[in-house]
Design a protein around this ligand. Sequence first.
Ligand code: LLP
Length: 426
Amino acid sequence: MFLPELGKKQLLHWGLDTSKVLELLPESARIEDGELSLGGLRASDLADRHGTPLLVYCERTIRAQVRAYREAAPGALVVYGTKAFANVALLRLLADEGVGADVSTHGELAFARAAGIPGERIVFHGNNKSDEEMRAAADAGSLVVLDSPGEAETAAAAGVRRVLVRLTPGVEAVTHRSIQTAHEESKFGLAPDAAEVEIERARELGLDVEGVHVHVGSQLGRSDESVVALERVLGFLERLHWKPRVLDLGGGLAVRHNRDEEVPSVAEFVRPLAERVPDDVQLILEPGRSLVGRAGVTLYRIGSVKESGGVTYAAIDGGMSDNPRPQLYGARYEALLANRAEELPSGVYRIAGKHCESGDVLIEAAQLPEPRPGDLLAVPATGAYTLALGSTYNGVPRPAVVLVAEGRARLIRARETVDDLLRFER
Ligand code: LLP
């Protein structure tokens, strides 16, 4: 059915302008013979071979994103925000491009170690690190970010040598409340006075305080608020008459999930920051979403299609268990029918998941050709914080993940099975 305010002309315009859809898709995405292909492989072949739901990552997009960071900040150490999607193959691919890992738990550290990332390229975070995590961080030789008063003691006791202190600069970023991190009430980091005390304490304990860390938030659509945060950090350092060796400015750059969202490029976001960091200070950047978000496309099979109170539902074989971002952050995704990618939209459809609650809606109003059972729905920009936040709600095993490039697909995470779910039962 049509949304009343959405004229046929606009639908035609959107439908015909495939270049606009391609903007949300990975670099290797093509629409040929009416079908979406990724990494040189037809979406329908990928789905037939690996099943659905299937998360498909484009290698070329990930490499291009890393290179964009390199160009924007040539001397910076880039560490991947592993929380965006902890996966050994992706971490290895990133390591191949010289990228390290930002980890915040023992588990994420294990992924980074399994990918062979050396300790000097691992930054260990966490607002409540356990003693075990502190010891693991020390054993790995990683750089540990002190986040709360007294943590210097735990770090020193665990044998940590190199630390940063996380500063909370009091900047309220324009993003979802749950993913702001630098505002005054943040659970992360230390306000300037407390940070000063912690730096002193760490030095007294013989720790090498290499510098300061700040992370403004996530899904940031502008750079000015990060610039303000950096200026506050620089002011703080000036007051201490301290020239640190390292400045870690965190991650945060947004990804477009739909065509209405505007986001800065890597260069637009990073350059104003990099140019304010003195040349002899090692800059660290911790992008998560902007490295892998656009690289990921989720393929779902459409099952039931039904009309209910004037809304036409198309139900997919996944939902909030593989991507809970609509429920958690009100995230708005778009979609296309991968197997009928050149057909014009015929109306607006609500994409429901298969879970047992009405809120399990992936997309409220997707403009599509009339969906039919068996069609393949492709949802762009689902490479970050989707499966990472996923669950096995309703006993739904997690989907498989493949990495595609130049006509080849590699399984990088096996599809979970119901037996996997039963493994923990006693
Ligand atoms: N560094 C630190 C200290 C962080 O806390 C985060 C993300 C990052 C780097 C990477 O940020 P990114 O470049 O990915 O924005 N689940 C939420 C996002 C949570 C972000 C948590 N911290 C979502 O789905 O939007």
